[in-house]
Write a protein that binds this ligand. Structure first.
Ligand code: HEM
Length: 503
């Protein structure tokens, strides 16, 4: 029977469905093209790869199935699209408003946070609360001074690298900065980046471990008969992590309860003030707060590292950004977020980096079909996992002119037709934050932070390679797609004022 199921397009999980009564009674009988993979396992090797997005794109080409391809991950039926029109159909359909929940997400309580909560009243309530109190323009504006303070600390740390011949390991600084920023917005805690802090270090360790656990492909999510063994030790590690996270966040919640008045309202205060049906239990609060720290930290740092790497690889583009910043800001003061709004070329650079290096090449977390539906003319049964390969779409020569060329001008010049291009989810040719009901709620905060900090770092420094060797732009897909080899560069201060302040 297993061999019979395996003989179908898409492999064993699809074969099982095609042999069921459900399929015989469905309206469309056309099978979605796709690889068979191996008996029982299907195409597990695809997703276990650290370059799953590249391998899926290559396979879709080989099967002539870029619009829609079916494959099996053990017992899980999966569809994936590398086409903007079909991607839109999937992401904007209310049928795909749910997410498949991995065991690690359950164990880490993420099923009670926005990203993995089932589509329904609870999820809608969380999104509304977050949209009103964390991600709205007023709140983003209110946290501008904290981002400015962190930008200043980053610059000072980098200036300190002059002792080490101006060599900077960028990732460490960026991760610290983004964690600090989220800590401030969510928990109201301010730390100095240049001072040792055990609480910060502990949180960094918790985030790193959670990131690793959620980013690891867990074979038993798709092969239930393996679940008993916990062979990758994922369940064990989750059970070690959860009490530490609980203790950490519970202490912060208790501190907030103990304080009667707050000068600055943070997200913990907001959650504690909820009344009536919106009120959350302590464990739900922990899940929501933990997710925000978790989601907001790495995405921002990963994207900034890619942008800075591209600046080193393309000094001509870097010079143009320098010229723009100098024109808008001059050399005598620091950049502000209002300045960034006037920087069309920098905005184009950010878009171009998101096109070539989307932090979520498969849009991070997949979607799950709540009911039977039709996608691109094919019948897709309830319970199917759907993915969009944004990496493949944003490098498709049918969609983009010279797609492999780094050319921010494509988003500037009216002649090239993309000057007004929105990357926020309305145009699926480039939607790095996803689209539809489950689109990223933190996209404006993320973009504001990234653009402002990059503008500051480019205003302050000239970035160049460490030596004659080229910057290695190869990537590795964990939870986000990050540079396989962390960026290490030389910097040269550009503004005399900063140099004299720090010396
Ligand atoms: C450059 C930065 C970021 C990128 C590229 C990014 C990307 C994404 C993507 C691709 C998704 C899945 C969307 C979909 O399924 O259609 C997502 C979801 C999500 N993001 Fe972001 N994100 C970023 C920053 C942030 C920040 C700063 C936060 C919060 C502080 C955040 C919180 C979330 C949450 C909670 C979800 C789940 C939404 C849901 O399922 O309803 N993200 N993000």
């Amino acid at each position: 029977m297993a061999l019979f199921h395996w003989s179908h397009p898409g492999g064993p999980a699809w074969g099982k469905y095609y042999s069921s009564l459900h399929y015989f009674t469905s309206k469309s009988k056309t099978m979605i093209p796709g690889p068979k993979g191996l008996p029982l396992l299907g195409s597990m090797g695809l997703m276990a790869s650290s370059l799953a997005h590249r391998r899926i794109a290559a396979l879709a080409d080989a099967c002539g199935a870029r619009r829609l391809m079916a494959f099996s991950l053990g017992e899980t039926r999966v569809i994936v699209s590398c086409n903007p029109d079909v991607a839109k159909e999937i992401l904007n359909s209310s049928v795909f408003a749910d997410r498949p929940v991995k065991e690690s997400a359950y164990s880490l309580m993420f099923n009670r946070a926005i990203g993995f909560a089932a589509y329904g009243v609870y999820w809608r309530t969380l999104r509304r609360i977050a949209a009103t109190h964390l991600f709205c323009p007023k709140q983003i504006k209110a946290s501008e001074s904290q981002r400015a303070e962190i930008a200043d600390q980053m610059v000072r740390i980098m200036l300190g690298s002059r002792k080490d011949e101006n060599v900077v390991r960028v990732r460490e600084v960026l991760k610290k900065a983004s964690l600090n920023s989220m800590m401030c917005s969510v928990f109201g805690q301010r730390y100095r980046m240049d001072e040792a802090n055990t609480e910060m270090d502990e949180l960094r360790g918790l985030v790193d471990e959670g990131y690793d656990l959620l980013g690891t492909f867990n074979w038993s999510d798709h092969l239930p008969w393996l679940a008993h063994f916990d062979s990758q030790k994922i369940r064990f590690r989750c059970s070690q992590l959860v009490p530490k996270v609980n203790r950490f966040v519970t202490n912060i919640i208790a501190d907030h309860r103990a304080k009667k008045t707050h000068s600055n309202r943070d997200f913990v205060d907001v959650l504690l003030s909820l009344q009536g049906p919106d009120q959350l239990t302590d464990s739900d609060m922990i899940a929501v707060l933990w997710e925000m720290i978790f989601r907001g930290t790495d995405t921002v740092a990963v994207l900034m590292e890619w942008i800075l790497a591209r600046m080193v690889v393309h000094p001509d583009v870097q010079s143009k950004v320098h010229a723009e910043i100098d024109e808008v800001v001059g050399g005598s003061r620091a950049v502000t977020e209002a300045d960034v709004a006037k920087m069309g070329y920098l905005t184009a650079v950010v878009k171009e980096v998101l096109r070539l290096h989307p932090p979520g090449p498969l849009l991070s977390w997949a979607r799950l079909a709540i009911t039977d539906t039709t996608i691109d003319g094919y019948h897709v049964p309830a319970g199917t996992t759907a993915m969009v390969n944004m990496w493949a779409i944003s490098r498709d020569p049918q969609v983009w002119r010279n797609p492999l060329e780094f050319m921010p001008e494509r988003f500037v010049s009216k002649g090239l037709g993309e000057a007004e291009f929105s990357i926020l989810g309305s145009d699926l040719r480039l939607a790095p934050f996803g689209s539809g009901r489950r689109t990223c709620p933190g996209k404006t905060l993320g973009l504001t932070t990234v653009s402002y900090w990059v503008a500051t770092l480019l205003h302050e420094f000239e970035w160049s390679p460490l030596d004659e060797t080229e910057v290695d732009l190869s990537e590795i897909l964990r939870l986000s797609s990050e540079m396989a080899n962390p960026l290490t560069v030389k910097i040269r201060p550009r503004r005399g004022i900063r140099m004299s302040q720090s010396s």
